[in-house]
Structures are given as C-alpha cells and as structure tokens.
Design a binder for this molecule. Sequence first.
Ligand code: F6P
Length: 546
Amino acid sequence: MKNINPTETKSWKKLQEHFKDMKKVHIKELFFDDKNRFNNFSTIFNNKMVVDFSKNLITNYTIKLLLNLAKETFVSNAIEEMFSGKIINLTENRAVLHTALRNRSSKPIYINQKNIMLEINKNLEKMKIFSKKVISGEWKGYTGKIITDIVNIGIGGSHLGPEMVTEALKPYKNKLNIHFISNIDGTHVTEVFKKINLEQTLFIISSKTFLTQETMTNANTIKKWFMTSTPKKINFQKHFIAVSMNIKLAVDFGIHKNNIFPVWSWVGGRYSLWSSVGLPIMLSIGYKNFVNLLKGAYDMDQHFLKTKFNKNIPVLLALIGIWYNNFFKSETEAIFPYDQYMHKFSLYFQQGNMESNGKSIDRNKKLVKWKTGPIVWGESGTNGQHSFYQLIHQGTRLIPCDFIIPAISHNSINDHHIKLISHFLGQTYALAFGDDSNNFSKKGTNLNDSFHIFKNCVGNKPTNSILIKKITPSTLGSLIALYEHKIFVQGIILNIFSFDQWGVELGKDSSKKILQQLLDIKRKNSFDSSTSGLIKFYEFFKKSNK
Ligand code: F6P
C-alpha cells in the first residue's frame, strides 16, 4: 500500500478547481445537455442490479479527475494486496481477508505460506453439518425436545451483520426463531427471555475475542439462569455453543470444544458475517442459501477485481462519495432501502463505514487535513419520507443519498409494490429536479401568492439509485460486498487505516475505570468535575430509591 496524501495529488488540485464550476451547476442542466446521461452514468451488474449515478453533480470530466485520483493513490495496488493476503492492517499487524471467506473458486489463498482455504472450507462444512442437525430437529435440548429458538449473544460485528441479513432474508427463513441479545442493558436479555423456552433454545455466544464486556456479561447471566433451572453440565453443552477466535476462554466458559466455531484474526469484526459469525444466518435460511449469499459476494468481488475503474461500481460509488464529502463538504451520507426486510441495512453500514473510516491520523502518521469517513444514517423507505426527508428537500445541507429497491417484491399484495416503486422514483426525481415552477395555485392550495416561495423546492440534491431484480441471498451478498469495497476504496484514497478501531477501545477502557469507581474498588480514581458530579448524583438517586 502506498501512503499518498490525496490532497497533494494533481487530480485533487484539479478537482478543487473543477468544483468551483460544478457548484454553480444544476442537475437539471446536466440532463438537458446530455440526452444520453442515464446510459453514460449507469452500470449493470450481472443482469441483476442496475446502479444509476446519473442524478449526481458530476460530468465526464469529474469522473475523469476522480479516476485519476484513484490512479494517483494506487487503488489497484491496494485491491491486489488485500485480496492476496498482504498485511494491510498494519496497526494490528493483520491481513484483511473477509474476501477469502466467500472465495467460491478453487484458488488457494495463502497467509505465511499456509493455504487458508483449507480451514475455511473445513469450517463451512462443520457449520453445514451443525445447522442441518439443528434445523432438522436432530439436535435436541435437555428434555429431548427439538430446538425452536436461537439466541445470538454478541455485539458490534458479532451482531449487526447476522441480524441485518436474517431480517433482509426473512422470506427464506425456516421455522427457527432467531433472537439477538447485544445490549448490556439488562432489559435486552429480560425481554428476549420473555419470548423463549429454555429447553428448546440454543444460545450462540459470538465474540471474536471472548472478552467483550457486554457479550460476556449477557452470557454469564444467561448461563447462571440456565444452570439454576438445569444444573447438569451436559445439559449446558446442549444449549450453548460459541463462535470465537479464543478457544481457551470458550472452553473455560464450559462450551464443548467441538461446538466452538472459529473466527480468524484476519477477519475484521464488521466484515465477519461471512465467517462462523454468520451461523445464525445459516441456521435461519439453511446452508444452500448461505452459500448463495457467499456466492453473490464473490461475484461482486470478481467485478471489483476485474472491472475497469470507469465501470467498477464500488470504485465509482467511493469516488462520488469522496467528491461530496471533501469538495462539497457534505457531512453525511444516507442510505434508504425501499424494502421493509432491509430495515437494518443502513444501521449495519453505519458501523461498517464509521468504524472503518472514522479516523484522523493518516497512514503517514500525520493528522489529516481532509475529511475522512462521513456520518452514515438512514431508514427504510417510505417511512423516512414522512419524517426527515423535508430537510433533504428544502434544508440548507447537501445530503447525498443512496436509494435501493427490488423490482420484484417478496410480497406483491395488490398495488403495494408499484406504489413503493413510484415513491422510490418520485423521490429521486423530486430531489434532483425540484419544483420551482412557482405555480402552486394549480395544485389547489389556498395559499396567497406571497407565500408561494415557501413551497419552492430547488432540487439539485444528488442521489444514487440501486435497482435490484429481487432481494435474494445472492443479490444481497453482492450488495453488501459492494458497500464493503466502497468503504475500502475510500480508506485507501483518504490514506487511513480502515481496519482498526482504537477509539472504540478507548471507550471500553474508560468504562472499565469508572466501573471500578462505581463498585468502590478504586475510590482513588479522580475524574473531571462533570464525570464526578454525575457519579454523585447517580449514587444519590440510587440511595433515595431504597
Ligand atoms: O465495537 C468494537 C468491536 O471491537 C467491533 O469491531 C467488534 O465487532 C465488536 O467490538 C465485538 O467484538 P467481539 O466479537 O470480540 O466480541
């Protein structure tokens, strides 16, 4: 990986100049000038996904400069290094190989001369056998009854991916009920426990480190509750399995060694749904569908690896993101899936993007003077339309948005889906072209002419539209891999390390220190007046409640 300061490249400087012209341009004009704009600024992936980026504030020249930026920052090199298992996560001294987990070819992938595909495939087989046993009812609980409920205990990367995908692929779901406990707030475990029956529940303790406080606190509480109802060790092992890199701690916890599914150091938590962390997904939709998810991601990997950058979807979306983030100075980026099953998608990529690219020291160990990761947020359409879209349409901020929709719904009831499609198209149309006709009387309002200005929507709000044939395990796999690679390309160009999360680690440490204070172990700790003041009030409220 080359460590290039992007702002010192020729293309960055040219982009700054070009921006001065582009900020005066309206998307309307761009469409007026180029009747073929959709064809010129859209691309199709495997006949299952169309990515239209024509409703952006870009011209051919913008794309040319952005592609030069990718060249000057050696993006191709970095892609090659990631896929071939080079140690590109230098701050943690690790390779980054989530792509190996979905390698559906017979190509070996080496780390220190060891072909990791052998362990990956062996583990996939182990997951297959295990999930088949649970789904078929062969795996029984301590009273001899079949398993009906799966509870995944994990947080961050060990939770968000499996939950997002099991929700998105609900139409492919079998009879097993899948639950997630992530929050250390006792409410989470309490509420999930109201829905399950211990004798028919299987708990997956999913933690790469087996050290994360939230996960281990929840796991210990559940173990205690379980042991008080069924005190025999053998029963415990029928109901608890683990996904972890830390085999010793999982065995110490009481999990049978055969029921520990490995994760490897070269899989980042937020990129781990393709590994054993995806076990709840396989349990929910079965082995075949899980493999189709991998296959879809593999197809996108191949597109990313082999397609020229001017047609390369993750590269183009990454470049367009940098264009807004760094030149238009937009602060946020929204993702709106027009599919209720995909309601966790933006939340998932909130972690994916913000934990990866929320950095301010560059790979040359210097403080960055440019914008790194954007604030990512979103909600499923059409709900957002009746909530925060107003600000996107008429507010003072520029918010680039991605709109995602399947052409074919899993629930084609009456005219629901055609209406949903009309909202998807209608919103991106209105955002781009606005309505400054000032002729609102036509719309039958009673507004006096002098108030018409308030209805003026100038448009010029950029969007990407992603139209997918249908949300299937395969297309979802491709879509997730697309966003993963987009984040990767942005991290490379922005010259940061995308695969560590030291800020999160600091947060973990400071809560530990404060917990010691609250537990009276280290009363000597002195904090700032705000933290100490809040601790005093916490103790006061607690005492006064007795
Ligand atoms: O949120 C920080 C983090 O380190 C994530 O990157 C990770 O996915 C999560 O904590 C959980 O970690 P573990 O799987 O080790 O419990």
